[in-house]
Design a protein. Sequence first.
Length: 384
Amino acid sequence: MSDHAFATRAIHAGQAPDPTTGSIIPPIHQVSTHVQDGIGGLREGYEYNRSGNPTRTALEVQLAALEGGAHALSFASGLAAEDALLRAVLKPGDHVVLGNDVYGGTYRLLTKVLAPWGIETTTVELSDADAVRAAIRPETRIVWVETPSNPLLKIVDIAAIAEIAHAAGALAVVDNTFASPALQQPLALGADLIVHSTTKYLGGHSDVLGGAVVFGDDRYHEQIKFQQFAVGAVSAPLDAWLTTRGIKTLAVRVRQHSENAQAIAEWAAARPEFETVFYPGLATHPGHDIAARQMSGFGGMLSLALSAGPDAARSFAESTRIFQLAESLGGVESLIGYPPDMTHASVRGTALAVPENVVRLSVGIEDVADLIADLEQALARIAG
Ligand SMILES: *Cc1c(COP(=O)(O)O)cnc(C)c1O
């Protein structure tokens, strides 16, 4: 599959028809164990399903192909994938450098769950190369990159950060959830490992949780696979199957998400009710040039700062009708959120706090004129 283009790989990698029945779609192997042909006689290597399940394998092959990777491992959630990666790579005394607007759950995992086991972290402005170099210590093992970031859509130059990390003997890990592999291929830009919350664009329909680690080569594959097996935060067969189905339409969905978000960003930029529009597809966005270089589109996420302040932002988030008020992102339906009280409540008062007048949109693939009309009526309601 590796010689085919992205949209073709997304549909066919790991998805061959069932050889015994000819089912065009690989079945959901809803099982916990496999019969052995004599003791230790495993068929295709499957035994007890914490160590492997054919539906999970079908998803892992597909995920690796999407990112141009050598391997992928699928987990029960994005955070389960991150946890397996961090515990496989780090030991007590090691240090991680993170962006100052990293996903709050990643920050919580490192500072609340892993810190008591001796892992240290520093948050830094990743778009400032000197600040990143200054944050690196002899014990730094990972520089963790998220771009575009959440919720302010900051753009980080993946190739530049990978170079700095490698010069210091550290790994560059990219959380590619926001862009998805349809728009951004971090391995080709020098990243070592990729993590995903497949809950978002990859699943794409707000009906399944999942996560993944994708590997550029063999490094850490055995160690992280061992964590997956020994700890057991694996994706269930039905969840893996739903994710493979979602991935098949990723290329067309993300194209429409990006087109709709660009139209909404341009509409919002012309409205006085918004003092800032955070969207990398706008030429005025500080990361626009880097995004244009390292992404093939600007994605479906955008944030808006309300000129009238925090109360207006809160009311606006509660006044839309098509945009549903909910956490999460990346589904076909549009969502709106108020990060300070929702996704980013756990980082209020820290260096990662989000401005109190910001709302975040996950722009879906509905008709864009309906979406803009919805935002217009919300503005009219909060003004009246
Ligand atoms: C949602 C998300 C995660 C965590 O994934 P879960 O599937 O919710 O565990 C990690 N990183 C980013 C950027 C996310 O949006």
